[in-house]
Design a protein around this ligand. Structure first.
Ligand code: AMP
Ligand code: FE
Ligand code: FE
Ligand code: ZN
Length: 278
C-alpha cells in the first residue's frame, strides 16, 4: 500500500500563521499531505472556519496549541479533537484573548517610550482573527517603517530579553490538560526538545498528558530517538508536524516539511473513539 503522510502542527492566519485554512488545505494537497492538524495558538476559530471548506481529499484534524506554565517554564500543549464549542474551552480562549490584548497594549506603551510610534489599531489590522501575538506587533512595527523584518523587531525590541517585552498570562499546565480533556480532546506535549528540560518529563506526563510530539523541525535525530523511547515507556501517542507559520515567522517553510505516517493519526483517532465509547 502507498504510504500516506500527515502534518499535525500547523498555524493559520487565525493566530500567527500567514495562510488561511483554505490556503493551508490547498497547499497540503499540492504537497501530497493526506491530513493537516490545525493547531492555532489559543484559539479554535480556524478549526471552526474549516467547516466552510469544500472537501478536497485532505483530512482536517482539529487542534489547538495552548501556551502554559510548568514550574516557571513555558510549555506548549497541543490538544487534538477538542469540541470547539465546549463552554470551558471557549471561556478559556476568551480569557487568554483579553489578556493578550492587555499585554500588547503594555508592549505598545514601552515601544512608544522608546520612540516607536505605534497604536493598538495598527496591530489589530495585522491579525486575521481574535488572537493577537507578538508577530502581529512585529508586522505593524515593520509597516510603520521602523524595521525591515519581523525578526529584526524581535531582536531589537520584543524578543524575550528585550526592553519592550512583556510576559503573557499562561495557564498552568495541569489546568490546560484538564480543559483539553473536558472538551473531549487529547492533550499532547508539543516539541519537548525546545524546553531543554527532559528531567521534568515524567512529572509533566503524570499530570495527564496522553501524547508527545516526537517529530518537529527543531528536533534533532537524537531528540527523535529519545522521545520515541519515552513514548514507549509511558505508553504515549506519537505525533509530529512542521509547526508551519507561513512566510512571516516560524521554523519551517512548507506544509509537510515534517510529516509522519498516517498510522500515527490512526492511533490518535482510535484513542478519541475509545474515549467516546466509555
Ligand atoms: P507570543 O505568543 O505573542 O509571545 O508570540 C510567540 C510567537 O512569536 C511564536 O509562536 C512565534 O510564532 C513568534 N516568534 C517568537 N520568537 C520569534 C523570533 N525571534 N522571530 C520571529 N518570530 C518569533
Ligand atoms: Fe507561533
Ligand atoms: Fe509551540
Ligand atoms: Zn506551534
Amino acid at each position: 500500500m502507498r504510504h500516506r503522510y500527515v502534518d499535525l502542527h500547523i498555524h493559520t492566519s487565525f493566530s500567527d500563521g500567514s495562510l488561511n485554512p483554505r490556503e493551508i488545505v490547498e497547499e497540503a494537497k499540492k504537497n501530497k499531505i493526506a491530513a493537516v492538524g490545525i493547531t492555532d495558538h489559543d484559539t479554535m476559530e480556524g478549526v471552526i472556519f474549516t467547516k466552510n471548506i469544500e472537501p478536497c481529499g485532505v483530512e482536517i484534524v482539529p487542534g489547538i496549541e495552548l501556551g502554559t506554565d510548568y514550574e516557571g517554564k513555558e510549555i506548549h500543549l497541543l490538544g487534538y479533537y477538542c469540541d470547539p464549542e465546549n463552554p470551558a474551552l471557549e471561556k478559556t480562549c476568551e480569557i487568554i484573548k483579553e489578556s493578550r490584548y492587555d499585554r500588547i497594549k503594555k508592549m505598545i506603551l514601552k515601544l512608544q517610550k522608546m520612540g516607536v510610534d505605534i497604536k493598538f489599531d495598527d496591530v489589530l489590522k495585522q491579525a486575521g482573527g481574535d488572537m493577537l501575538g507578538r508577530p502581529h506587533l512585529a508586522l505593524a512595527v515593520c509597516q510603520k517603517g521602523y524595521c525591515k523584518t519581523p525578526a529584526e523587531v524581535f531582536a531589537k525590541y520584543i524578543g524575550n530579553n528585550c526592553q519592550a517585552y512583556v510576559e503573557r498570562y499562561r495557564l498552568k499546565l495541569k489546568e490546560a490538560i484538564d480543559i483539553i480533556c473536558e472538551a473531549g480532546g487529547i492533550p499532547v506535549l508539543a516539541h519537548p526538545g525546545l524546553y531543554k528540560a527532559d528531567k521534568f518529563l515524567p512529572s509533566m506526563i503524570g499530570l495527564g498528558i496522553r501524547g508527545i510530539e516526537v517529530f518537529h523541525p527543531e528536533h534533532s535525530f537524537l531528540d527523535v530517538r529519545r522521545y520515541i523511547k519515552i513514548a514507549d515507556k509511558y505508553k504515549l501517542l506519537i505525533t509530529g508536524g512542521s509547526d508551519f507559520h507561513g512566510k512571516a515567522v516560524g521554523s519551517s517553510d512548507s506544509i509537510g516539511a515534517v510529516k509522519i505516517d498516517y498510522r500515527y493519526l490512526h492511533k490518535l483517532k482510535m484513542a478519541k473513539r475509545v474515549e467516546k465509547m466509555i
